[in-house]
Ligand binder design. Sequence first.
Ligand SMILES: [Fe+2]
Length: 215
Amino acid sequence: MSETATQIPTDDTQPMLPAVKRFISQLRDLHANQPDESVRWSEAAERLQELLADPEVKAHARNWPTSPAKLGLEGKHANLIFYQDPDYGFVINGLIKKPAAKTTIHDHGKSWTLYGVLDGTESVLRFRRTDGGSPGDLPKRAEVEATETVHVGEGHVDCIAPWEIHAEYNDDNATSTAVIVRSQKSGTFIQNIFYQKDNSVEQYHGPEQIPYNFG
Ligand SMILES: [Fe+2]
């Protein structure tokens, strides 16, 4: 973490909204006291729902930058990064997607992710491998099919377990804004992108991280 400490806030000496400070404290408590990762992240999802409902958080997000253009790009979106915990490694990200933007079909490798919709509406899709492959085997080719599509809006939190294959597709007329919590910073683990057009799979190290203050 030392290589990023000069750019990414790792403590509350940086400008930070009270609700965000409270949320970080809750996440740190969960990491200290809840060893079961599945329970930890489902409880963290409830705390993230509370954060998403905070009026100051909503107001702050209206001024998040939409440039450089990669922040709203089709496919491999960049993330804002607001915080990286110096002890537990979790991070808080922001994501803005333009109307009709689609993410790739991808997983988040070995990390846990909470994807919380702060504003806008979108569809969250889940996929499964149909070629007999196992999660985490980092294939060059794989077949995937959609198993579920859920239309979600403001306040929804999606809990994405390690290696779960998914995508998010924005509605045609809705910019969406999300607060994302990851168990570790993108760039520190490998993840898959699945291309249904030719069943190829690409491995990459996740979205570019652009430091920004949440306060
Ligand atoms: Fe994702």
